[in-house]
Design a protein around this ligand. Structure first.
Ligand code: DX5
Ligand code: ZN
Length: 221
């Protein structure tokens, strides 16, 4: 089980120190990049990834919620992004996935809560991560949508049957009280923003989340 704190919920004016606080309990850092077009919110992009890169060795897991990822991929690579995940809702993802790989980053694909699993199934053998959204993209702090767990289970079955080298990541509304559901369904990576950074002890929250998830996964096996 891996924990990926989402810096969307961190203090952007104190990003380095917020990241340093959670780093001992984090496996990746989830970076939500929104362009004000694909979603009605505007966040951060390659300059902030480059700044983060100078402060951490953690895997920088960039979730692109932008209309035109292709124009930004070289900048993300130059900034030091480790992985880039793109939305299947934008259309045929293959050119983007090829571009991400060609730039030396790990390609990922993601889908909105209302998008059926069939939309991503053809690409599972071509990506390093499937990101299952458990809230509609755009904002942190929304309520977890439990119905998406069916997609996590479907992905888990395929990964296990085919022996795919694919991580299943879940993003949105993950907190200490529902992390067990995601882990039991088969998620490998839990993204959590407010569930970590808005807690009194962010590192402790991440640590407990991992413990809960590890126990739930072991019990589900
Ligand atoms: C939503 C983002 C999520 C968000 C999660 O568009 O993709 O990564 O930061 O935040 P929480 O964990 O607060 O729902
Ligand atoms: Zn995200």
């Amino acid at each position: 089980m891996k924990i990926a704190p989402s810096i969307l919920a961190a203090d952007f004016a104190n990003l380095a120190s917020d990241v340093a606080r959670v780093a001992p309990e984090a496996d990746l850092l989830h970076v939500d990049c929104m362009d004000g077009h694909y979603v009605p919110n505007l966040t951060i992009g390659p300059p902030v990834v480059a700044a983060l890169r100078r402060h951490t060795d953690l895997f920088l897991d960039c979730h692109l919620m932008v209309d035109n990822p292709a124009v930004l991929l070289p900048a993300f690579a130059d900034a030091g992004a480790d992985g880039v995940t793109v939305h299947v809702e934008l259309g045929d993802p293959r050119p983007l996935l090829d571009g991400i790989r060609a730039l030396g980053m790990r390609p990922g694909i993601t889908l909105e809560p209302e998008t059926p699993f069939d939309a991503v199934e053809p690409y599972l053998g071509e990506v390093g991560v499937l990101l299952v959204m458990s809230v509609r993209t755009g904002f942190g702090g929304q309520a977890f949508i439990p119905e998406v767990l069916e997609k996590v289970r479907a992905a888990r079955r395929i990964v296990d049957e085919r022996g795919l080298d694919l991580e299943i990541e879940i993003d949105g509304g993950i907190k200490l009280d529902n992390a067990h559901l995601a882990a039991a369904a088969g998620a490998d990576v839990l993204v959590s923003g407010t569930g970590i950074f808005h807690q009194d002890d962010p590192a402790g929250a991440a640590r407990r989340m991992r413990e809960v998830a590890v126990a739930a996964r072991a019990a589900a096996r």
